[in-house]
Structures are given as structure tokens and as C-alpha cells.
Design a protein around this ligand. Structure first.
Ligand SMILES: [Zn+2]
Length: 318
């Protein structure tokens, strides 16, 4: 059996998986991300341990894929900067791992990797064009056209979280106003609930303290019929729906895949979202596009890194 190593570097945790060509994760280790040096050393330690145990003479391991936050230069494998990981600046990930292991290394941003993972192993299997949304603390996106990640002129394609859906809307972390991320991310849902929840509201009862309100609690309250919680989700779903409408009108994709923690809210998000998309999109592209939840769970980043290796080095027939 041949092996592929998938590394997923995230703001709070990092994971390293040993997987195979079919997208099966054989072993996975997760640890809290720390500074650049400590995190990279820990990743290397784990990879060395995998190799020592499963492939001492490096005959079966075909490469290392790395998924990490962007912006980055995917060709050079250089992480330029990351708003959630401010100490990670100009980190030449590809060079670091190629030098340590003499294996092929592929690097791309987390949303692109997740999009490719869903296309290769998840909800988008067999689909040629899809747009992937990850709705969690922030909102990321990845665009797959003709089975490949589309990067754009400056590697910024798919940055859907920063498309403007409400001019003069709330301020976004990127400095602009009215970005989708400032209106429909988990952080936005929690912020709106903290601002609007009355003292005797169910949201506040479930959270205990106002500062502990998060998107998951708002979803719980919505499921129990709380009107404010439902309205907050409906509003987030409306802006997400508008954004999806624009994506469908521009790209005419076969599929929209929605992942990330906020997507776990299920029908309280998906129902109003689909309603908006149906109302604002031309019927023909709407009918030819499936809107589905993501299929891959926790290891989506690791599998994204693995699918990236398969694509970039033309390994196996996937
Ligand atoms: Zn923004």
C-alpha cells in the first residue's frame, strides 16, 4: 500500500494524518498550534514517527500535502501572512518540508484544500465544477473548475467571505464594510445575538453569560423555537443565499457545498438559504446546481492536503 501524508495547520490546532490514495485516514494526530517553530517541529516529529513505523526506507510514502490559512503563494509553497496566526509571516513551508524529508510537497490554503477534498472524496465526487463555502469563525471559499482549484490572478480566487453583500454594513476584520463574513459567520451570528438578546431570552439562558453566547447556542435556541434566534439565522442565511446566487449566476457550477461549524445548524440555516437562492437566481442555473452540506468531517483539512498531492503530482487515478 502507498501512503500520503496530510498536514492541516490551523489557528488553534494542527493535525497530521497518514492516509492512502482512497482518502482513508489510517492514523491522525492532533495537537494545539503554538508558535511557528514549535508547531513545525512537532509536525516533523510526528511525520518521522509515522515513517519510522510504516515506511522506514521511504519506498511507499509519496509525498506531504500541507493545508494552511492564507494568503499564500501556492507555487512557492510560501505562507505570506494570516490574520488568525499573526506570527506566521513569510514561512516557506514547501522548502522546510522538502529539505527535511526529500519527498514531494504541495501547499495550498485551507479553503481550497477543503474544496478539493470534497470534490475528490466527499459530497462533490464525480462533479466537475463546484464552489465550497466554509462557514465558521470566518467564511472561506474554494472554487473548483474542470476538477482543478482555480487560483485567479493573485491567488485570491474564492475569497467569498469578503464579497460585499451589504454596502455600509458592519465592519469586517479585513477593514472593509458589509463583507459576507461580517454578516453570516459564526462570529457575526454570536455578535448579533449578544447585542439583541433580552435579559430573559432563551439564548441568554442557554449561554449563562452574555459573553458566552456563540453561534452553536443560537442554533440550539432556534431549534427550540426561539424567535430571535430563528430571525438571526434567517438573516445570516439570507446574506449567504445572496452570495450563493451571485456565485451561481457567474460560474454556473454543478454544486455548492457548505461546510464549517455553522453549517451544522442544518435546516434552520439551509431552509431559508435555499429559499433566497431560489428567489434570486435564474431558474436554469438554479435547477442545475445542487446545494448540499459538506460530507467530510474533522479530517477535511488533512484529506484536502492529501487530495492536493494526488492532483499536483498526478498520483493515482482519482
Ligand atoms: Zn472583509
Amino acid at each position: 500500500m502507498s501512503y500520503l501524508i496530510g498536514v492541516d495547520i490551523g489557528g488553534t490546532k494542527t493535525s497530521v494524518s497518514l492516509g492512502n490514495f482512497r482518502g482513508k485516514v489510517l492514523i491522525r494526530r492532533v495537537f494545539p498550534s503554538e508558535g511557528v517553530k514549535a508547531t513545525l517541529s512537532q509536525i516533523k516529529r510526528i511525520i518521522r514517527a509515522y515513517l519510522a513505523r510504516y515506511d522506514r526506507d521511504l519506498k511507499r510514502t509519496k509525498g506531504i500535502g500541507v493545508s494552511c490559512p492564507g494568503p499564500l503563494d501556492f507555487k512557492k509553497g510560501l505562507l505570506i501572512t494570516s490574520p488568525n496566526m499573526p506570527t506566521w509571516r513569510n514561512v516557506p513551508l514547501k522548502r522546510i518540508f522538502s529539505r527535511s524529508f526529500t519527498l514531494p510537497v504541495a501547499v495550498d490554503n485551507d479553503a481550497n484544500c477543503a474544496a478539493l477534498a470534497e470534490k475528490t472524496f466527499g459530497a462533490g465526487k464525480g462533479v466537475n465544477s463546484l464552489f465550497y463555502y466554509t462557514v465558521s469563525t470566518g467564511i472561506g471559499g474554494g472554487l473548483i473548475i474542470n476538477g482543478e482549484i482555480f487560483h485567479g490572478a493573485s491567488n485570491d480566487a474564492g475569497e467569498i467571505g469578503h464579497s460585499v453583500v451589504l454596502p455600509e454594513g458592519p465592519k469586517c476584520n479585513c477593514g472593509k464594510r458589509g463583507c459576507l463574513e461580517a454578516l453570516a459567520s459564526g462570529t457575526a451570528i454570536a455578535r448579533i445575538a449578544r447585542e439583541r438578546a433580552r435579559r430573559n431570552s432563551l439564548i441568554l439562558k442557554l449561554a449563562g453569560k452574555r459573553k458566552d453566547i456563540n453561534a452553536g447556542i443560537v442554533a440550539q435556541a432556534a431549534l427550540k423555537g426561539d424567535k430571535l434566534a430563528r430571525a438571526i439565522y434567517e438573516q445570516a442565511a439570507f446574506y449567504l443565499g445572496l452570495s450563493i446566487t451571485n456565485v451561481i449566476q457567474i460560474i454556473n457550477p454543478e454544486m455548492i457545498v457548505i461546510g464549517g461549524g455553522v453549517a451544522k445548524a442544518g435546516p434552520i440555516l439551509f431552509r431559508p438559504l435555499v429559499k433566497t437562492v431560489r428567489a434570486y437566481t435564474w431558474p436554469r442555473p438554479y435547477r442545475s446546481c445542487k446545494i448540499v452540506p459538506a460530507k467530510l468531517k474533522d479530517a477535511v483539512g488533512d484529506l484536502g492536503a492529501i487530495s492536493l498531492l494526488l492532483k499536483r503530482f498526478h498520483l493515482g487515478a482519482v
